[in-house]
Design a protein around this ligand. Structure first.
Ligand SMILES: *Cc1c(COP(=O)(O)O)cnc(C)c1O
Length: 709
């Protein structure tokens, strides 16, 4: 793969050039450090930026490009004359260079995999690049970070949205307000790839996409956007909002992602062997590849086989509303040219996206198309694999459900991104500098760390969360206590996640929140989709409840849940609560991030928790999905949740020894970390992908492509 199409920092586009000019000579190495997103999981790099101005670092949402463009010249000169600071710069610079050039885990393996292209509609790498809207994007970000650390030969493709993840605030009635900042190249850690553009035909209108590049450690992430002067207003609008607009808008975005993304890789000289579609939104890449194979002389059937031999698909949803369905006339409008070029009939195309359980005139189903065109398909937890085999059984009517060829790779998370500095220090000391890739045996050594140390590390993170939350809140005065048992809940306010389940039994909840002997506090966060009024009503319900005097200020809603807010919550919480309607949470990853922060999961056994809960490493709230009446089901599960809190969780936390340490609690925390840390790791996920998807595809690719000649 080539990586030389991007200008180096010294022949840079306007924005970076200006920054380059602002920096005094000795500080110029800060620019390449800021431009490689490895800083977002490296404490030393972050310290360099924080030292420039702790206040501005915070105010910029931890965005080094914004910080460097606003830092006062006097401060920069002062640092340029500080031998200590320059020494730290040199240290980070050489550690980055070493990180980028040393062989990693993948290089120590023998396998046939040459390269993977990872296509995703969103990527959540850090707050400074808000090109995500939730779990799918953050997972994609962690996939890239883990691939980088392990040295996987992987490049990534996505879209650069003019308006990324919206910012959430609440009005005086607790009603969600959305606003978005427009993408600004000068303060975003991406660079334009000069001279690289791709043209895409959209129902007869040519549209041009330019290509931006972000570096996520060793991984190149290319983002396409159409909002520049080569395009008509309609063309420019395609990449305006993440998941914005109607079905037609979505088709146009997904064509730019799949078709444009494929052409971008070729134009950049990135020769990729395996193509990974992260969710159905990325599926049009397979159609572009079919077209190219046919142009190269294969028949439609051969082209499909060649694509299948080299494509992998991850499905992320358990609810049919999560699947892209496009009306057949839209498909005809946008793909009649494609059909002609391929020399096939429109019906051949529509058959690719047909859902056999819904009849021949049903809308085009992107998940069905991906399943047909991918040689390896997986769900995101074992339970979700099972659910997916059920949902998509109609595609393999001759098989038993358990033989439907959809496997699973359970999601994992990037430990260094999510662990608090106080825990990271202990892990590093006990397990060594590569603590995040320690084996089970080495994690078990953590059981020897004195309880007091881990307890104090948790106390530091909880204290910092409470200080921040007490100051951050605008609507009502929280009365949070740095020593109280802190329950965290952060996720999208969507019906199946039941963010207001606790509020369904107000007397019991108020009793917990007002107990002076064993204080409990609850922090909730999460945005509602802009079009989801039911979700917004749930936020309002939480906020109204919070204002009631009986809650004692011990329940607070934190606005604008994003990667930064999420980190604080996982790090400071003692208990991470998750109460979805099983089995609708395909995996869930926030609880996995809480593990690296010594928080205990209290969760319905759904997604990852269904396979990893061992009876001791947290608590499982019994699911009563056999209950037919939904209200009765909610009531039974809320009862079970309160029973656990009242009888087990709270007493255990407040059972203290003479030094004030909850020793039985700490034993559970240690067991949770030791038993779960290696399993919830993004490295485990990448290695599973290698085994379940990348490596088998690489072998079938070699076989098919040689016979197809
Ligand atoms: C991890 C994460 C998610 C996904 O969490 P779930 O448990 O899957 O709901 C969503 N948003 C942010 C900001 C995250 O960091």
């Amino acid at each position: 793969m080539s990586s030389n199409n991007v200008q180096g920092p010294d022949s840079e586009s306007d924005a970076t050039l200006k920054l380059q000019d602002r920096l005094p000579e000795p500080l110029k190495p800060l620019l390449p450090i800021a431009l490689n997103l490895r800083w977002c999981w490296d404490e030393d790099s972050q310290d360099l930026f924080r030292q420039i101005s702790p206040l501005e670092w915070k105010a910029s949402d931890r965005n080094p490009m914004a910080l460097l463009s606003h830092a006062s010249p006097a401060r920069l000169l002062e640092l340029a004359a500080s031998p200590d600071y320059l020494e730290s710069v040199a240290k980070v610079q050489s550690s980055l260079e070493q990180y980028l050039s040393s062989p990693a885990w993948f290089q120590s393996q023998t396998n046939s995999l040459r390269s993977v292209a990872y296509f995703s509609p969103e990527f959540g790498v850090c707050e400074a690049l808000p090109q995500y809207s939730g779990g799918l994007g953050v997972l994609a970000g962690d996939h890239l970070k883990a691939a980088s650390d392990l040295g996987f030969p992987l490049v990534a493709i996505g879209l650069l949205y003019g308006y990324g993840f919206f910012r959430q605030s609440l009005d005086a009635n607790g009603w969600q307000q959305e606003s978005s900042l427009k993408f600004d190249a000068a303060t975003t850690p991406v660079r334009l790839v000069e001279g690289a553009e791709v043209e895409i035909d959209l129902a007869g209108d040519p549209v041009v996409a330019r290509i931006w590049r972000a570096d996520v450690g060793r991984v190149r992430l290319y983002l396409l956007d159409t909002d520049f002067d080569r395009n008509s207003p309609e063309g420019r609008a395609i990449t305006d909002h993440l998941y914005g607009g109607d079905k037609e808008h979505r088709v146009r975005q997904e064509i730019v992602l799949g078709v444009g993304g494929m052409r971008a890789l070729q134009q950049l000289g990135e020769s990729c062997e395996i193509f990974h579609m992260n969710e159905g939104h990325a599926g049009f890449l397979a159609l572009e590849r079919i077209r190219q194979f046919i142009a190269g002389g294969l028949s439609f059937d051969e082209a499909r086989q060649a694509v299948k031999a080299t494509s992998g698909f991850t499905t992320h949803t358990s609810v049919s509303a999560g699947i892209d369905l496009f009306p057949r006339d839209l498909m005809e409008k946008y793909f009649s040219g494609w059909v002609k070029e391929c020399g096939i009939e429109l019906s051949d195309l529509l058959a690719l996206g047909n859902d056999p359980s819904t009849g021949a005139d049903a809308p085009f189903n992107m998940a069905m198309m991906c399943l047909r065109l991918a040689g390896r398909s997986v769900g995101v937890s074992k339970l979700h694999g099972h659910v997916s085999r059920e949902i998509f059984h109609s595609l393999w009517p001759d098989r038993q459900q358990e033989d439907v060829p959809i496997g699973s790779v359970t999601n994992g998370v990037h430990a260094r991104t999510w662990a608090s500095p106080s825990f990271e220090r202990i892990f590093e000391r006990e397990l060594g500098p590569n603590w995040d890739d320690a084996s089970q045996d080495r994690w078990d050594q953590l059981r020897n760390v004195p309880d007091k140390e881990l307890w104090e590390a948790k106390g530091i993170a909880r204290d910092s969360l409470v200080k921040w939350a007490n100051g951050h809140s605008i609507l009502s005065a929280p009365n949070l206590d740095p020593a109280a048992l802190t329950i965290g809940f952060g996720r999208r306010f969507a019906g199946y996640k039941r963010p207001t389940l606790l509020l369904s039994q107000r007397d019991r909840l108020q009793a917990l929140l007002s107990d002076p002997r064993r204080p409990v506090q609850i922090l909730l966060a999460g945005k509602a989709h802009p079009a989801d009024d039911a979700g917004k009503r749930m936020i309002q319900e939480v906020v109204r409840f919070w204002r009631e005097p009986k809650t004692n200020g011990r329940l607070a809603y934190i606005s604008n849940y994003d990667i930064g807010v999420a980190q604080r919550l996982y790090q400071g919480a003692d208990v991470w609560l998750n109460n979805p309607l099983r089995p609708l949470e395909a995996c869930g990853t926030s609880g996995e991030k809480a593990v690296y922060n010594g928080a205990l999961n209290l969760s319905i056994p759904d997604g990852w928790w269904d396979e990893m809960y061992d009876g001791e490493n947290g608590w499982a709230i019994p699911s009563t999905e056999e209950t037919e009446n939904p209200e009765y089901r909610n009531q039974r599960e809320a009862d079970a949740l309160f029973d656990l809190l009242e009888n087990e969780v709270i007493p255990l936390f407040y059972d203290r020894n003479a030094d004030g340490i909850p020793t039985a609690w700490m034993a559970k925390v240690k067991h949770s970390i030791c038993s779960l840390a290696p399993q919830v790791s993004g490295y485990r996920m990448l290695r599973d992908y290698l085994k379940e998807m990348y490596e088998p595809l690489s072998q079938s690719a070699a076989a098919t492509l040689t016979t197809a000649g």
